[in-house]
Design a protein around this ligand. Structure first.
Ligand code: NAP
Length: 470
């Protein structure tokens, strides 16, 4: 895949880049290693000042950054602006919370026959981040902010269709004050990931992307014995039970499916509705989906912009055609419009069967599958009957059912009477083929720390676990 900016609204290639040579990549890894030695000697306060400066730059340059994201991958300008703001908030969150998250944790010294014992969190070194295009700023920031605050450095292999956003991120951290080499964009194709991750100076990797990319990186990391965090695909269930507020559920379902032009890992993708309310929900949902305005992502009145690539648009249409050819019913949408740009209309498909691709595959665009179930148990069976386990949603006003959903849904998160989203305060990640490890919260910061046990016997100084420089 060429490294290029191609505007999905027009199909026009605006800028191309030559991939970095092996020598350039090697030099970038060396700079990241040198910067790590420098960064780990700085204080949390210092790193917090740099991260807050990055947040200031994001806020000051919000409109310009949003325009670039819209041009590179087609998200609406309004949602791109919101993404920039969310990134600034996450930077400030980690700048403020790192001292707590990285503080030494005292243990019961007597129980382990020590005079003092504690756990210390320390950085590990350069981390490779392989990232997707769908939230080109947020996916990177939610790794970079905690990693840099912990004293690690980052090597970003961004998706090949968002090179300008990748370079912008490198520039952002440099201008914010982080040492040269602390965060570097590697303009390389995915074939180079093996060489970078095999380099002994690179200590770990995080990937947000598809299941295929996850398997490939996990294999390399297994061979090299390196830590990985994998945030992969999802086919999130959105269960609607008879006691649900149907109007609100239909409204949120529409946003949950079509946010980011339908290209979100945590978009609700499979709508599983109790038979008692199926017809009413299906009608309200299809009406709302049909009413969404599809068009120019720069237009403030647009709800749904183009898909990020022609291949992505063709893939979801093939999934819809496969279902229809095997007997599914289209309630709305289902035909891409003629003309330039990779647009696809919000679509609802029902009467799905296991032999259809939409039954088991992730659909990465504004296409919803609708299932009818006749009981709580059947809802859980369909919801969990997938190889994925990223997010999940349940709509019910019955407190007992809410408790049961919280326990029974086999996913990294459960959102009840609301749509799945990510917050810096809450851990984010999946189970099954949606990956492993967690981003965000204290857990995300500690994924790339050495959780070091310190045990001190006779002759210890009287002080217990205390603050440390990193
Ligand atoms: P993708 O093809 O896996 O690409 C993601 C990144 O991985 C890109 O930088 C890509 O580089 C690289 N890559 C692809 N194949 C690779 C391989 N074999 N070895 C090493 N690197 C490889 O994913 P996508 O289609 O762009 O993004 C959509 C997928 O990401 C969906 O499945 C979505 O659910 C998932 N996603 C998950 C999360 C989460 O938090 N769990 C968040 C967002 C998206 P190139 O661009 O150069 O190919």
């Amino acid at each position: 895949m060429p490294i290029a900016t191609t505007n999905p609204a027009t199909g026009e290639t605006l800028k191309t880049y030559d991939p970095m040579s092996a020598e350039q990549v090697d030099a970038a890894i060396e700079r990241a290693d040198v910067a790590y030695r420098q960064l780990r000697g700085t204080t949390i306060d210092q790193r917090g000042r740099w991260l807050n400066a990055a947040a200031d730059l994001l806020q000051a340059e919000r409109d310009e950054i949003a325009r670039l994201m819209t041009t590179e991958m087609g998200k609406t300008y309004a949602s791109a602006g919101a993404e920039v703001t969310k990134c600034a908030t996450a930077c400030r969150f980690y700048a403020a919370k790192a001292a707590d998250f990285l503080a030494d944790e005292p243990a019961d010294a007597g129980a382990v026959k020590a005079t003092r014992a504690f756990v210390r969190y320390q950085p590990i070194g350069p981390v490779l981040a392989v990232m997707p295009w769908n939230f080109p700023l947020w996916q990177v920031l939610r790794f970079a902010a905690p990693a840099l605050m912990a004293g690690n450095t980052g090597l970003l292999k961004h998706a090949s269709n968002v090179p300008q956003t990748a370079l912008l991120l490198e520039d952002l951290f440099r201008r914010a004050g982080f040492p040269e080499g602390a965060f570097t964009a590697l303009l390389v194709g995915s074939a180079e990931v093996d060489r970078v991750l095999s380099d002994p100076r690179v200590r770990a990797a995080t990937l947000t992307g598809s299941e295929g990319a996850g398997r490939s990186i996990a294999q390399i990391a297994g061979r090299e014995l390196k830590k990985t965090v994998l945030e992969l695909g999802g086919s999130d269930p959105f269960v609607v039970m008879p006691s649900a507020d149907l109007d609100r559920a239909a409204e949120v379902a529409t946003t949950a499916r079509c946010q980011n032009n339908g290209q979100s890992c945590i978009a609700a993708k499979r709508f599983i509705v109790h038979a008692d309310v199926f017809d009413a929900f299906a009608e309200a949902f299809a009406a709302r989906m049909s009413a969404l305005r599809v068009g120019d992502p720069m237009d403030p009145d647009t709800d749904v912009g183009p898909l990020a690539s022609e291949g992505g648009r063709d893939e979801i249409h093939a999934q819809v055609r496969d279902a229809v050819d095997k007997g599914a019913t289209v309630l709305c949408g289902g035909e891409p419009p003629a003309g330039p740009g990779w647009y696809y209309p919000p679509t609802v498909v029902t009467d799905l069967r296991p032999e259809m691709r939409m039954w088991s595959e992730e659909v990465f665009g504004p296409v919803a599958g609708l299932w009818r179930v006749s009981s709580y148990d059947e809802a859980i069976e369909v919801a969990n009957g997938t190889s994925f386990g990223l997010g999940s949603n349940a709509w019910t006003r019955d407190p007992e059912e809410q408790e049961r959903f919280a326990t029974d849904l086999d996913a990294g998160n459960v959102f009840i009477n609301g749509m799945t989203t990510s917050y810096p305060q809450l851990p984010f990640g999946g189970v099954k083929n949606s990956g492993y490890g967690r981003e965000l919260s204290a857990l995300g910061m500690r994924e790339f720390c050495n959780t070091k046990t310190v045990w001190v016997g006779e002759g210890a100084a009287s002080a217990g676990a205390g603050a440390h420089a990193e």
